[in-house]
Every structure is written in structure tokens, then in C-alpha cells.
Ligand binder design. Structure first.
Ligand code: WTA
Length: 582
């Protein structure tokens, strides 16, 4: 045991966590190799668990398909052979654009076996954000559903010269119609005998998820095969997962929560992953929790609020369930929602905190760690977390309990991202003196529980999804009417925040309902419904810093209809140079 740099005794954490034991458990023969796909499939087959169900898929019409661990090992070996046949080299990016369909699993594990980098994209994004991510990720191969490809990628494919191969999934399990430069993924899987994994090490790149920045293009956080150690450890520490569990993670495949807890963590733990193709629908969800005997459930506060709106009576009619643990991530979970879980489902919701960059849960209300409703929980074993402030440029731990500062993490756990692709220099800005600065403002109480306060930057949290204002602004600027634009988050009861835009116009364009409707539809077309602003306000001029950068905090105050822009950010400046409007 070693103590964190802070003076608070409650912050004493374990720093010598036995990660090597987990590595030995997953890596098999001591040849220095580690592969997420082998750990998630072949490892279980070798241990005699090949007939256990790895993935139980429910289609939109509640049709179901089970894939055993043996079948998953075989299918992923076939996918790896297909990719190798296309000339995929270790470290090449394979983008994936599909809804929650069974092939997501053969694709992800096949990419890992082939030594590639799995890069799933949000199906709800429009053509612009998808193209930007394919470019920044330098994807050589795309595996996509035919319908999503035709709508969102095909029109711009000529502008993606590095995208050499596209493998498509026909609708409803059917074959693919002929399209230029595309092949049928399922037909190739059926025709190609499986191969074993290439020799990846814990440091080989494995998956790439985009996280938005307040400036510049979206940046991709790259993770290595080592991350599976943190996924297995947190699967056990937070969810108590083992072979007997049915684990349901509701995340969209484009979100890292799906990669980490919808794919890797439960499979590494040998559990059955339940995957539902449909989006949140409370009655259906209660039915699934009950009928499928889900034992552990991971979802978002937005989904929980949606379920709460349907009332506790509906929930109680499903109270006879097999749930042992339910948890959420993505936004703060208030104490009321925690106790609603207890009343309605018979188990309290546990709040967990992490980020795309941390790759796995690092702070949580976990069994055995203590729980405090309304808090994010405590640092998990193996993680050193502290509240820090930057006075000048040097980071200092906040000594007193219940004092706001930035959440910082010591850089020594396996799922920490290895670097950004794209972006613009943010990498160096978030690392200081061996600590990673998360960009989240928190307080820590005397017992070591963290309480979320807000972000130090302008990121928008909409239904759990992190939206970078710059990407939305950049697309709106492409419209000839828009001279300047600033995008901020406006509070929303269900989604927490929604993006709204403030725009000034070029000469010759008239502010009014017609132009507003045109801009909103332009944004939805280009960005997709999730990223597009919900409202556009016309202003004569946007508020700016001396150096000409848009002051989004003033716009936010306008969106909140507050008298001025004074907010937490003003009260607590982050490290100099870290954020754009300083
Ligand atoms: C926010 C999600 C409050 C936070 C896996 C973080 C939370 C960002 C919580 C990361 C929580 C996540 N309470 N806020 N329990 N969990 N966040 O990268 O601002 O999409 O920095 O990863 O979500 O979002 P990301």
C-alpha cells in the first residue's frame, strides 16, 4: 500500500495491484503474447467452457440467436482469415459501422485476432462525422451494414482513398446486393476457414474510440490489448461477473462502453452477454430483464430517467427478477435514481465513473467498496485518484475534503489510452507530472467518495454521449448563410443537455423561421440527429475573447437565461493553456 500525494487519509490507495496475476490468467503460455480475442473466446474453449453461451442476441422483433464460446472462437478465426486475405497488417484500423447485431462480435474479435485495430462508429452519426473519423483513423477496411454504408459512406467514398475494402452485411441476415468495391461479409465468413491469432503483445494497439474535443477535429483515443486486464478485473470488482451471469450492457456499439462492457469485460469473465438490437423502450426492457434472467445490468442515467418516467408501478410488476447488480455510467446519477432502483427493481443503481481515455471503470460505488448514493464512488483497487488544482503550471493535490478541483489519475493502470490520433496537442496538455488530468471537476469527501461537479471545458453531455461543440460548429459553418457560430449545451430534463447553436449571418441572409428550419435540417442531414443542434438562435455578433475565440461560457449563460457568464469555470481556472478560451 502506498499513499496518494494528498494529505487526506481516506485517499490512501493500493498502488501495487497484482496486474501480473491477471495477465498470467489471460495470456496462456508465457510467451509474452496477449490477445483480447483469445482471452474472450479461445481461452474459454480451452478451459472446457466452449458450449457455454457467449452472446445471446435479441432482434427488434425479439427473435433470438445464441452464439457459444466455441462458435465465437470459430467465427472470429474466420473473420481474421478474411481480413488477413485482404492484406490487413498488424496495427491497421478496421472501422465498424453497424447496429447491435451478432456480427459485431465476430467482427471485433476477428479484427483482434488479425492484429488490427477495432474502431466502431456511431450508426446515428451523419455522413460528415463518419467521414472525419474514417479519415483520422486511417481506416483501410470498413465492415458495415449495407443500409448504413449506402446512406452514410458510399456518397463520400471517392474522398476516402485510404479506405481499400468494404465488407457489407445484408439486411435481416440476407445477402448483399452488388456494389462497387464491396464484398459480402457473411458470405466470406462462410467460405473462409478460420485461422489462429497473430502474435500480439500487451502493448499492441487494439481499439480506437473517438472522443470529441472542444477545438480541432475529433481525436481518437487508442488502447492496447493490455486493456483486457482492467476489463476483467472491473467485471469482477464492480459486477461480480462469472460464468453463471447473464450480463446486459445497453450501450451503442460506437461508444467505448460497448467495447469495454458490451464485448470485452463479460466475455473475458466467461459470462453470457445479452445484446438487444432495439433502442430504449421501458416495457420491452423490463420484459427482457425479467424473461432473460439478467443478473447484472449496465446502462445510463438517461435510460434510467426514461424508465422512471414510466413509473415504479410498471417496474414493480417485473420485480421478480434475477438482478444482482445494476450500474450506470456517462453522467451523474442522482441519489433519487439510486433509491428508485431499490424500490422498483429491488437493487440500487450503482454509479460508476470513467472516460474513453481511461478505457475501463476507475471510480465506482462497488460492492465491497462501500456505496454513497449521489456520488461517483471511490477509486477502484489498482487506481490512484486525487483532486488536483493547478496553481501556476504545477499541479497540487487539494488537501481539504469537499473542495472542488480537477479529478486526476496516476498513470499506471492497464486500460489507460496510449495516445490520441488527430486532435491538436491535447495529449501533452492532459498529462502533468505523472498524473492524467481528466477535465472533470469533482469534490472528494472525507471518506474518499468522489462527487461530480462539472467539466472544465465546453464538452456537451447529451444522453450520455459526449459532443464536442467544434465539430457541430464546423459543419454549420459550411452553410453559406452562417458567418460565425457557437454551440453549447442547454439543460434538458431527459438527456441532461442538448446542443444548441448561436449563429450570426452573412450579408444577404435574413434571420427568421424559414432560415432556422433550413439550417436545422441541413445540420440533421450532415451530422445526424444526435449531433445536430436542437435549436438555433440568431445573434448579431458572438461574444469573443481578446484573441478572437468564441466565449462559449457566455453563450451557455444565454442558453440558461442567466444574467452573466459567471460559472464554475470562471471560479476555477484550469491549467493555463489547456483549454481554448483561456
Ligand atoms: C462524464 C464514458 C458524472 C464525465 C464511459 C467524463 C460522468 C465523460 C460519469 C466521459 C459519472 C462519465 N458521473 N459524469 N458517473 N461517467 N461521466 O468518454 O464528464 O464518453 O469525463 O466515456 O462522461 O465520457 P466518455
Amino acid at each position: 500500500m502506498a499513499s496518494a500525494k494528498s494529505g487526506n487519509a481516506a485517499k490512501t490507495v493500493e498502488t501495487s495491484f497484482p496486474w501480473d496475476e491477471t495477465l498470467a490468467e489471460l495470456s496462456g503460455p508465457a510467451d509474452g503474447c496477449l490477445n483480447i480475442a483469445t482471452a474472450c473466446a479461445d481461452h474459454h474453449v480451452a478451459a472446457g467452457r466452449g458450449d457455454n453461451v457467449a452472446v445471446r442476441w435479441l432482434g427488434r422483433r425479439l427473435e433470438r440467436r445464441d452464439i457459444t464460446y466455441r462458435q465465437l472462437a470459430d467465427l472470429s478465426g474466420r473473420a481474421a482469415a478474411v481480413l488477413a486475405g485482404l492484406g490487413l497488417a498488424p496495427g491497421d484500423t478496421v472501422a465498424v459501422l453497424m447496429d447491435r447485431v451478432p456480427e459485431l462480435y465476430s467482427a471485433a474479435l476477428g479484427i483482434w485476432k488479425a492484429g488490427g485495430v477495432y474502431c466502431p462508429l456511431f450508426a446515428a452519426f451523419g455522413p460528415g462525422p463518419i467521414k472525419a473519423r474514417l479519415e483520422v483513423g486511417r481506416a483501410r477496411v470498413l465492415i458495415a451494414s449495407e443500409e448504413l454504408y449506402l446512406r452514410k459512406v458510399a456518397p463520400g467514398r471517392a474522398g476516402l482513398p485510404q479506405l481499400e475494402h468494404v465488407l457489407l452485411l445484408g439486411e435481416d441476415g440476407g445477402s448483399v446486393r452488388p456494389h462497387d468495391g464491396c464484398s459480402d461479409f457473411r458470405a466470406l465468413l462462410a467460405a473462409t476457414p478460420p485461422v489462429g491469432p497473430v502474435a500480439t503483445t500487451p502493448d499492441s494497439p487494439a481499439f480506437l474510440h473517438f472522443t470529441s474535443g472542444t477545438t480541432g477535429t475529433p481525436k481518437g483515443a487508442l488502447h492496447t490489448h493490455r486493456a483486457v486486464l482492467a476489463h476483467l478485473v472491473t467485471a469482477r470488482a464492480v459486477f461480480g461477473l462469472g460464468e453463471a451471469d447473464i450480463f446486459w450492457c445497453t450501450a451503442d456499439p460506437g461508444w467505448i462502453t460497448s467495447t469495454a462492457y458490451g464485448v470485452i469485460a463479460p466475455l473475458a469473465a466467461g459470462a453470457t452477454v445479452l445484446v438487444d438490437e432495439a433502442d430504449v423502450e421501458p416495457r420491452r426492457w423490463y420484459g427482457i430483464l425479467h424473461d432473460e434472467k439478467v443478473t447484472a445490468w449496465y446502462t445510463t442515467p438517461t435510460a434510467i430517467r426514461t424508465m422512471m418516467r414510466f413509473g415504479a408501478a410498471l417496474a414493480r410488476s417485473y420485480r421478480e427478477n434475477s438482478l444482482r447488480v445494476v450500474a450506470s455510467v456517462g453522467e451523474p446519477l442522482n441519489g433519487e435514481a439510486v433509491s428508485w432502483g431499490q424500490k422498483a427493481l429491488g437493487v440500487p443503481f450503482l454509479d460508476t465513473w470513467w472516460q474513453t481515455e481511461t478505457g475501463a471503470i476507475v471510480v465506482a460505488n462497488a460492492p465491497g467498496q462501500g456505496r454513497r448514493p449521489g456520488s461517483m464512488g471511490r477509486a477502484l483497487p489498482g487506481v490512484e485518484a486525487a483532486v488536483m488544482r493547478c496553481d501556476g503550471t504545477a499541479p497540487k493535490a487539494v488537501e481539504a475534503a469537499d473542495t472542488v478541483g480537477e479529478l486526476a489519475l496516476r498513470l499506471d493502470w492497464p486500460s489507460m489510452f496510449s495516445g490520441y490520433l488527430g486532435g491538436n496537442g491535447l495529449l501533452t496538455n492532459c498529462f502533468r507530472e505523472g498524473w492524467y488530468f481528466t477535465g472533470d471537476l469533482v469534490k472528494q469527501d472525507a471518506d474518499g467518495f468522489f462527487w461530480f461537479i462539472g467539466r472544465v471545458d465546453d464538452m456537451i453531455k447529451c444522453g450520455g454521449l459526449q459532443i464536442g461543440p467544434f465539430e457541430v460548429e464546423g459543419m454549420l459553418m459550411d452553410h453559406p448563410a452562417v458567418a460565425e457560430v457557437g454551440v453549447v449545451g442547454k439543460p434538458d430534463l431527459l438527456l441532461r443537455e442538448v446542443p444548441v447553436a448561436f449563429a450570426s449571418l452573412n450579408p444577404g441572409f435574413e434571420a427568421g423561421d424559414a432560415l432556422r428550419a433550413e439550417l436545422l435540417s441541413f445540420a440533421r442531414q450532415e451530422l445526424g440527429n444526435v449531433l445536430a443542434p436542437r435549436e438555433i438562435y440568431f445573434v448579431d455578433e458572438l461574444p469573443k475573447t481578446f484573441t478572437g475565440k468564441i466565449l462559449r461560457r457566455v453563450l451557455k449563460a444565454k442558453a440558461l437565461a442567466e444574467p452573466d457568464g459567471t460559472d464554475l469555470l470562471a471560479a476555477l481556472p484550469p491549467c493555463p493553456g489547456r483549454f481554448d478560451d483561456e
